[in-house]
Design a protein around this ligand. Structure first.
Ligand SMILES: [Zn+2]
Ligand SMILES: [Zn+2]
Length: 248
């Protein structure tokens, strides 16, 4: 980390204006966008600094919302999903309007209640290239998509894979009433398996990787790219990569 410049001093904490909420380095915060129609920006505070006139600045690492990423929001992105970007900034601490929690994906799926300040992050995002880390995640169901924690899925008692009710021709209400569920593949050869008294499992779900998804992803990217002349705004955003944050 850079040395503190003369006249500046590092602070351990900052109290959000008009509140008693204390922000410390490492905390996640909501920052007020200049366009009040937009949702707040989410950032992780890396450093808090005051100059000799006591103006407090925060060095932040931005989270991106799926719609701000090159690939855009996809079906499997959760409503509270964020990507930890490699985009850093220095902003006035006055633009901080509140604190929030960015959970790991696993912890988020275990929350009993998701509050307004709860978000989750499972990918890091390189703003300039649009690359994600990890670039492979487990996929589920016939549609071979990563898990969206906002969507109900049902587990097959045969292959143990998880399925979207809609992909199995069911409504959510029908799925909620199920006591037992076998996917179409398992129910068709269920009798054969029973008579052999074995319990064959598909390869562990973690091994079903994202290659299929990546193909879809790049195909969409190509399509979008060839259409960018229709949408100058989109073209500009994709060319720049980083989304500038304008704060009040
Ligand atoms: Zn599906
Ligand atoms: Zn099955």
């Amino acid at each position: 980390m850079a040395k503190t410049k003369p006249g500046k001093k590092d602070l351990d904490s900052y109290t959000i204006k008009g509140t008693n909420k204390i922000v410390r380095p490492g905390d996640c915060v909501l920052m007020r966008p200049s366009d009040s129609d937009k949702p707040p920006y989410v950032a992780r505070v890396e450093k808090i600094e005051a100059d000799n006139r006591n103006n407090v600045k925060v060095r932040v690492r931005w989270y991106y919302r799926p719609e701000e990423s090159i690939g855009g929001r996809r079906q499997f992105h959760g409503a509270k999903e964020l990507f930890l970007s490699d985009h850093y900034d220095v902003q006035s601490a006055h633009t901080i309007e509140g604190k929030c929690t960015v959970h790991s994906f696993k912890n988020y799926t275990k929350l009993e209640n998701v509050g307004a300040e709860d978000y989750f992050c499972r990918f890091e995002y390189k703003a300039a290239t649009g690359g994600f880390t990890p670039d492979r995640v487990a996929v589920y169901c016939k549609c071979e998509m990563p898990y969206n924690p906002d969507d109900l899925m049902v587990q097959c008692e045969g292959c143990k894979d998880w399925f979207h009710p809609s992909c199995m021709g069911m409504t959510i209400e029908q799925a909620k009433k199920l006591d037992h569920f076998l996917c179409s593949d398992c129910s068709s050869d269920d009798d054969a398996k029973r008579s052999l008294n074995t319990f064959p499992l598909s390869p562990p779900v973690e091994l079903k990787i994202w290659s299929h998804f990546l193909t879809l992803f790049s195909r969409q990217w190509v399509t979008r790219n060839s259409r960018t002349f229709l949408n100058k705004e989109l073209y500009k955003r994709e060319a720049i990569g980083k989304i500038e944050r304008t704060l009040v």
